[in-house]
Design a binder for this molecule. Sequence first.
Ligand SMILES: O=c1ccn([C@@H]2O[C@H](COP(=O)(O)OP(=O)(O)O[C@H]3O[C@H](CO)[C@@H](O)[C@H](O)[C@H]3O)[C@@H](O)[C@H]2O)c(=O)[nH]1
Length: 333
Amino acid sequence: MTWLITGGAGYIGAHVARAMTASGEGAVALDDLSTGLSERLPAEVPLVRGSVTDAGLLSRTLAEHRVTGVIHLAARKQVGESVEQPLRYYEENVHGLACLLRAVVDAGVRRFVFSSSAAVYGMPDVDLVTERTPTVPMNPYGETKLAGEWLVRAAGRAHGLNTACLRYFNVAGAAAPELADVGVFNIVPMFFDALTRGEAPRIFGDDYPTEDGTCVRDYIHVQDLADAHAAAASAMAAGGGAADGRDLTLDVGTGEGVSVREMAELVAEVTGRHEPAPEVGPRRPGDPARVVASARRIREELGWQPRFGVREMVATAWEGWLLRHPEARTAAG
Ligand SMILES: O=c1ccn([C@@H]2O[C@H](COP(=O)(O)OP(=O)(O)O[C@H]3O[C@H](CO)[C@@H](O)[C@H](O)[C@H]3O)[C@@H](O)[C@H]2O)c(=O)[nH]1
């Protein structure tokens, strides 16, 4: 099979491209390089530069590369930005998806994997989230992911596509330093950034109803997440190619909750930088206290389980950080 990976030059997309080729599948990446980096792609994965809204480019790419399945990751993903620019988020994440699905249906491609997010759950009121937990997104980013799932499933039912919606929990780490996330939008790179500047990492609130008062998340190594895509793809292929509109909606997490304070301690240990100590500031608006997956269904459906723990996530992310921020090496002693 050959899989088209949209957003394939992105942080997660490039890991998915590697995981797909490692599992023996053919892959081609489509990326507009607005945030992606072409050098992240393995040599055997060709890059088509362009947008999922370019119908001509899509139909040529699907035909020329004899694409038999699509993994759609190309999207905007910053919660705060989505609040400020909702139109842009709906255009890129929902309209972009509709354009891609149109091309996929027209080309007769039968398998579609959609990159969704735990953001579809908003502020879940349960200890462990399952796929049956109510989906109540609380920002435009999460809304576009939920609307995207609806669109994917509806297109699947109407046009006989086999679909999978993978709801990613908090992604961290890197399979290799050069594949690390270059954005400073999430806790691990934000803590690295503070320490590199000699500033205290900020803990956004310690008055949550959790064990140590700080927010708890389910962190998943990007390599494990990428392997989950390969497992979903092979499960879809093993369906015998019977295009029956079947959908697999799965949470991709580990089932382990890690608090912000625990993460701060781990970052200090891994980087060797215990000073300045983290400082507790006010809550960040919109942060749920606890979002942890049960991760039971994905084990049952795909036989997939995470291989890496949170320490490996921080350690591999730090290797990637040092590659791009050599000054941090001295700062960390
Ligand atoms: O400097 C920092 C950065 C973060 N946090 C806290 O760390 C936790 C994790 O924050 P962050 O890494 O920003 O992730 P989330 O806000 O949980 O959101 C991520 O995970 C979601 C899925 O669970 C995705 O939908 C989002 O796109 C993705 O950014 C939160 O409690 C934050 O309040 C701090 O205390 N200090």
